[in-house]
Ligand binder design. Structure first.
Ligand code: SAH
Length: 459
């Protein structure tokens, strides 16, 4: 991020604009939405600018050094490169932040695209990379945010102090969520501003008399990494969680979806490396739920696949804390999808095995004869370090060294890698991987010719 978005208090700002044509007018229109004191310098103005005389101080000459004392922001908007550069240099000397319109490199700050529902304001910037994209996002947000949002928020703001009678945290949030999601818009539609104020009082009374919610733990499947592979339910629960306790496999993009005030606790478990003891994870979940928090225990892939889910649910049962499991996409599904293959296929395999290559005691034994049978398909989890062991066992039980094997590292993530190989070559490929990987035994990627649409997507 080269440009960091901030919201400037314009009620105390003095903005100086250099330029009297269309370019300056476009900036003026934006600036006039704010409370800033604005002065514009130009030897000549268009009639549209002259018409704004009541709101902007217009000075009919080029800008000079002494004009910039106390300026907060300076817009060089003359459209003349040399004149803009002169204004920019003067602005900087005076200690102001300078924007040279349409000249990113010469500017200290950018003016974002804005969706205005003040006090709710959304600023969209692309650091000059894609103005078209910024306009599209703006159009989508304009549609998404009702025009009444500004008014609802202003009324809500006046009520914030009164709402402090509700304890901070989940209960106060529930009150505001109900106001903005349903009660507020409805009251505004039915009876206008005065009705909204009355409804807020009634809503607060109801929330004050409601009992505090009990703590709860949701075991939420985070999927293989791509946030778009989260279920809607997962998305909703992460969004409202007070505490998120997550595995190492959960990607930053997904954690980013949690509220800023949410407590995020990593309890990383490396295959063979350092880990948070299971008892500590139990202790954390129980302690937070007992305080009334909505806890999300976020697990990579599907929570019920090699996730030590039962130990954690049993610990909660023992402590009398309610919980539920939210299903998700396991990494074997994402790995198969990435190579355009199905995990089962009529005439090839009637069964699919999800196996782990090692457990707490070491390498895990399997029904190797079944895994070695022609056509068998097996997704091996946690298999990188055990690849040689798996290979030896399969060969010993009659598998062909030419059995297709596909390794999918970081499935569904931007850094996904697919390695198509055979059982004979499995160990050397597996040892080269660093990220989490699924080994698909018995599956080769469908060739690109057979999947023209996949090829197109890759472009
Ligand atoms: N519950 C998880 C599995 C946890 S065990 C699930 O359903 O996917 C951890 C193993 O999952 C890793 O060693 C790796 O084999 C696999 N894994 C998790 N995320 C992965 C990803 N994005 N790509 C490939 N393999 C992944």
């Amino acid at each position: 991020m080269q440009h960091f978005p901030v919201f400037l208090d314009m009620s105390r700002a003095h903005v100086v604009v250099g330029g009297g044509g269309e370019i300056a007018l476009a900036k003026l229109r934006l600036l006039l939405k704010t409370e800033a004191q604005i002065t514009l310098f130009a030897p000549e103005f268009t009639p549209e600018i002259a018409a704004l005389r009541a709101h902007v101080t217009l000075i009919g000459r080029a800008l000079q050094r002494s004009d910039l004392q106390g300026a907060t922001l300076v817009y060089a908007a003359t459209g003349d490169a040399a004149e803009d550069a002169r204004i920019a240099a003067l602005g900087r000397k005076a200690g102001a932040l300078v924007n040279v319109v349409d000249n990113l490199d010469a500017s200290d700050f950018l003016t974002p695209a804005i969706v205005d529902r003040a006090p709710v304001v959304v600023a969209i910037g692309t650091e000059g990379a894609a103005p078209v994209l910024a306009r599209r996002i703006k159009a989508q947000l304009e549609e998404m945010l009702p025009a009444s949002l500004g008014l609802l928020t202003r009324i809500g703001k006046g009520f914030r102090q009164i709402a402090e009678r509700l304890p901070q945290g989940a209960r106060r949030r529930a009150f505001w969520a109900e106001y903005y999601d349903s009660v507020g818009p409805r009251a505004l539609e039915q009876g206008g501003e005065s009705q909204v104020a009355q409804t807020l009082e009634a809503l607060l009374d109801r929330h004050l008399t409601q009992a505090a919610p009990d703590g709860f733990v949701d075991f939420v499947s985070a999927g293989p990494g791509d946030p778009e592979l989260l279920t809607l339910k997962a998305r909703k629960l992460i969004d409202r969680a007070d505490v998120v306790i997550h595995d190492r496999l959960v990607t930053p993009e997904i954690l980013e979806l949690a509220r800023r005030e949410a407590l995020i606790i990593p309890v990383g478990k490396q295959g063979f490396g350092p880990s948070t003891p299971q008892e500590e994870i139990h202790r954390l979940m129980i302690a937070h739920a007992r305080q009334g928090a909505q806890v999300v225990r976020l697990k990579g892939g599907d929570a019920s696949v090699f996730g030590r889910l039962d130990e954690e649910t049993e610990a909660l049962d023992g402590a009398g804390i309610r919980w539920r499991v939210v299903a998700g996409v396991t990494s074997a599904s994402a790995a198969a999808a990435s190579i355009g293959q199905s995990l089962t296929q009529r005439g090839r395999n009637h069964a699919l095995r999800l196996v782990t290559a090692h457990d707490m005691k070491g390498y895990a034994e399997q029904d190797w004869r079944a895994l070695a049978a022609p056509g068998a398909v097996t997704a091996v989890y946690m298999g990188k370090k055990a690849a040689r062991f798996v290979q030896a066992r399969l060969l010993m039980h009659g598998a062909s060294p030419l059995t297709p094997v596909t390794l999918v590292e970081n499935a569904s993530r931007a850094d996904q890698q697919v390695v198509a190989t055979t059982l004979a070559q499995l160990p050397q490929h597996a040892s080269a991987l660093v990220g989490p990987a699924i080994i698909l035994l018995g599956l080769a990627p469908r060739t690109a010719e057979q999947l023209p649409e996949l090829q197109e997507h890759a472009l």
